[in-house]
Design a protein around this ligand. Structure first.
Ligand code: UD1
Ligand code: MG
Length: 455
């Protein structure tokens, strides 16, 4: 839609006391991404000319966490109207519309923002409202007979009749650029809270002969986060949607409510995800993959038809080749596995490459760290690493090598060689039987003596 140039003003100066946190409220993650970034990413889709973040409390945290926005400082929180006034210097010379958003209302859909822009064609001020299931302390939208917005009354200032209204103010609004500065400068703080209410713009606009209108959103689209309880609800809302999106795009979730996605998880078709799987950031899963129960993945790429888990952990840089199998209690970090590799049980592979069709036996460890630095292990195609082997990096195991079980490999092994490094076995005939009878006698003697003492 070709619309007027836009400046997005995101309010985030409040203290967020109810979070009881050292971290600024809007930086708390939802699906692994700070909540304000969910909002800013949606805003980016509108291609605004400017993005201004109004900050106050713990402004430094926000300045270091967020790029690509201008910051306006509100040193004391004198109200939402005052907060928007603080953005005016950054808007000097800009004449487009102002879209006011809250940093703690992360999931306003793009379609809602676009509906607000569309409504600007017939009004100078567009307020985003919603029908509240529990109207509580929200501001109430008071409409005229013709449906236009007459004013917004804050709960504290409302009378009984006004409090009975269920159409509430989400707080978000779109303000005509040519009027914004004049109207904002006309705000005062003569009200029950002694604050500069942004909501007073409706009456100021009306006195100026301009019209205001309401665009209505679903309540869950304007859900704000004020406490850890709200944060959990926002996470749940995100996950519910992510699960539906996954299933709709061809992913089988055996127990959808137990699978947790990251904001950026990418999953192909005909992928099956068993119960209790957690995706950290940066995971890509190709078509036909199976992820078995209780698996944790982060920064990993899984190619076609591979199978991972149960109880597997893929850490950043794990790249699992097509058709490979990663089994239970296996951890993989920064390692590229070619196609058809099997790592079936109880293994750590870190800082490594593994060639096609290699088989890594149970209990294999790449010893990649000496307490100071990390070293690389390379395992060639078709190699067979016997169980309980320690591969002490840096080390190269050639293609087709067999490593005998229990070996500690410290030197490179040439292709197709057998490498064994363990003490030679010796059998002492009859020793076990002799040992058992001696020990049995020793034990009987001991019991006898103690019986006598007690008797
Ligand atoms: C505001 C609205 C109310 C609406 C409600 C929706 C006004 C006067 N009231 O009320 O009609 O129903 O939101 O949640 O606008 N902020 C600042 N600086 C300030 C004050 C607030 O940056 O000085 C920011 C906060 O960080 C927050 C947002 O603005 O992100 C809303 O502030 P809050 O104090 O929650 O507003 P309410 O009084 O709840
Ligand atoms: Mg509030």
């Amino acid at each position: 839609m070709a619309s007027t140039p836009l400046a997005a003003i995101v309010l985030a100066a409040g203290k967020g006391t109810r979070m009881r946190s050292n971290l600024h409220k809007v930086l708390h993650p939802i699906a692994g991404k700070p909540m304000i970034m969910h909002l800013l990413d949606t805003v980016d889709a509108l291609a605004p000319s400017k993005k201004i973040l109004v900050v106050g409390d713990r402004a430094e945290q926000l300045r270091s966490a967020i790029d690509d926005v201008e910051f306006a400082l509100q040193t004391e929180q004198f109200g939402t109207g005052h907060a928007v006034q603080m953005a005016l210097p950054a808007l000097n010379g800009f004449s487009g519309d102002l879209l006011v958003l809250y940093g703690d209302v992360p999931f306003v859909p793009l379609s809602v923002m676009e509906a607000m822009q569309a409504a600007r064609e017939s009004a100078s001020l567009v307020v985003l409202g919603f029908e509240a299931s529990v109207p509580g302390a929200y501001g109430r939208l008071i409409t005229d007979e013709d449906g236009s917005l007459a004013r917004i009354v804050e709960f504290k200032d409302a009378n009984e009749t006004e409090r009975a209204v269920t159409l509430c103010n989400s707080g978000m609004m779109l303000i005509a650029g040519d009027k914004a500065a004049t109207w904002l400068e006309a705000l005062d703080n003569n009200n029950a809270a002694g604050e500069y209410y942004l909501t007073d713009l409706v009456e100021i606009a009306r006195d100026d002969g301009a019209t205001s209108t309401v665009v209505t959103a679903a309540e869950h689209d304007v859900m704000g986060v004020n406490s850890r309880i709200d944060l959990a609800a926002a996470e749940a809302a995100f996950q519910a949607l992510a699960r539906i999106n996954a299933m709709e795009s061809g992913v089988t979730l055996m127990a959808p409510e137990t699978v947790f996605f990251s904001h950026d998880t990418v999953i192909g078709r005909d992928v099956t995800i068993e119960p209790s799987v957690v995706f950290g950031p940066g995971v890509t899963v190709a078509d036909g993959v199976t992820i078995k129960a209780f698996t944790h993945l982060e920064g990993a790429t899984i190619h076609e038809d591979a199978s991972v888990g149960p109880y597997a952990r893929l850490r950043p840089g794990a790249d699992i080749g097509a058709g490979s199998k990663i089994g239970n209690f296996v951890e993989i970090k920064k390692a590229k596995l070619d196609r058809g590799v099997k790592v079936s049980h109880l293994t750590y592979i870190g800082d490594a490459t593994v060639g096609a069709e290699a088989n890594i036996g149970a209990g294999t460890i790449t010893c990649n760290y000496d307490g100071f630095l990390k070293y690389q292990t390379n395992i060639g195609a078709g190699a067979f690493i016997g169980s309980n082997s320690a591969l002490v990096a840096p080390v190269n195991i050639g293609a087709g090598v067999i490593v005998g079980a229990g070996s500690v490999i410290t030197k490179d092994v040439p292709s197709d060689a057998l490498a064994v490094s363990r003490a030679k076995q010796r059998d002492i005939k009859g020793y076990a039987a002799k040992f058992r009878s001696e020990k049995a006698a020793e034990k009987a003697e001991k019991n006898n003596t103690s019986d006598k003492k007690e008797g």
